[in-house]
Design a binder for this molecule. Structure first.
Ligand SMILES: [Zn+2]
Length: 85
């Protein structure tokens, strides 16, 4: 067994079934839950549901929050930058 002392941060992620798909009949509850990273505009409830269905169809359990995720979509962590940016 190996241990590392490298500090990591982890992205939180939304549970697709518990957080999104269960509101399929009442998408108003999903409004404003996500924003479009490119435009900064809030997604409508219908858009959030569409995104949830898209990732669910790909076999993810959560909406992948970044590129460093496992097969369930869960963030695997990022080394913390120790140098000033
Ligand atoms: Zn991440």
């Amino acid at each position: 067994m190996t241990f590392t002392s490298t500090p990591k941060t982890f992205h939180v992620a939304m549970d697709i079934r518990g957080g999104i798909l269960k509101h399929a009949k009442n998408t108003k509850r999903l409004e404003g839950m996500f924003i479009n990273r490119q435009t900064g505009v809030s997604l409508t409830g219908e858009e959030v549901l569409e995104m949830g269905r898209h990732f669910d169809a790909k076999g993810f359990e959560v909406v992948p929050p970044c590129d460093n995720h496992d097969s369930r979509g869960i963030c695997q962590g990022h080394a913390v930058e120790t140098e000033a940016k």
